[in-house]
Design a binder for this molecule. Structure first.
Ligand code: DGL
Length: 257
């Protein structure tokens, strides 16, 4: 494996592009291969056994593409399959949960940290913080582009109100999709609460690791991203660009795992 090899990133679907966005921002000179398991999405409602099986298929696809490391962009896959992947695979594996917790502990003054995520992530207990809340309706709302609607605001209020009584000072957005609705989340918690984006925290960790291990690509190069999905419909391109926050560099290719 050389430092010119790409970085592999996978998620249950397109939401993980919010993590790819942070990785590209910090490492524009790297090549990335993104796999969204859009035929398997959502992972957040599935069992540990199924998510683990899917996660190994996703990771093996990336290994076939000769990636130098793998970022599990999906919080649910990180929670349910992260340890198994780290034990079994021969390249460095990064999850999004460990760096998010580290970052939250660093910035919290009171130690009262909350996390929101899918049912799978929250019930796994992988986020070892003071308070947690699953928000199962956020993902379908965001995927249906119901982003700035009164209905979503109402749901956000219901999910986030309990954090006010707990007096948290830091909240981890423990799901790929949540940074898209950061302003709504912000408006439903105390204005002093600091929000953590696990994608950002993970990107920093990956960068540090590659730097220390002399695995960063040459800073003179401009990186390229390639996108694969396991199921494709026309609306994916638009959705993908919402999550990535920019135009796709390449078309999305459908693959069978
Ligand atoms: N990518 C998932 C996560 O971050 C959200 C979507 C899903 O349920 O698959 O937990």
């Amino acid at each position: 494996m050389t430092k010119e090899n790409p970085i592999g990133v996978f998620d249950s679907g397109l939401g993980g592009l919010t993590v790819l966005k942070q990785l590209i921002k910090l490492m524009p000179h790297e090549d990335f291969i993104y796999l969204g398991d859009t035929a398997g999405v959502p992972y957040g409602t599935r069992s540990k056994e199924t998510v683990t099986k899917f996660a190994f298929e996703d990771a093996n696809f990336l290994l076939d593409k000769k990636v130098k490391c793998i970022v599990i962009a999906c919080n649910t896959a990180s929670a349910l399959a992260g340890n198994a992947l780290k034990k079994k695979l021969g390249v460095p594996i990064f999850d999004v949960i460990t760096p998010a917790i580290d970052e939250a502990r660093k910035i919290s003054k009171t130690g009262k940290i909350g996390v929101i995520g899918t049912r799978g992530t929250i019930e796994s207990g992988a986020y070892k913080v003071s308070y947690s809340q699953s928000c199962p309706l956020f993902v379908p709302f965001i995927e249906e582009d119901e982003i700035d609607t009164p209905a979503l605001k109402l749901i956000a209020k219901k999910y986030l109100d309990p954090f006010k009584k707990k007096k948290i000072d830091t909240l981890i957005m423990g799901c790929t999709h949540y940074p898209i609705i950061q302003n709504i989340i912000e408006s439903e918690v105390d204005y002093r609460v600091k929000l953590i984006d696990p994608g950002k925290a993970a990107a920093k960790q990956v960068y540090e690791y590659l730097k220390v291990n002399s695995m960063l690509n040459s800073q003179n190069l401009v990186g390229k991203s390639t996108y694969f999905v396991t199921d494709f419909t026309e609306r994916f391109t638009r959705m993908a660009e919402i999550f990535l926050g920019q135009k796709l560099q390449d078309k999305i290719t459908k693959v069978d795992l």
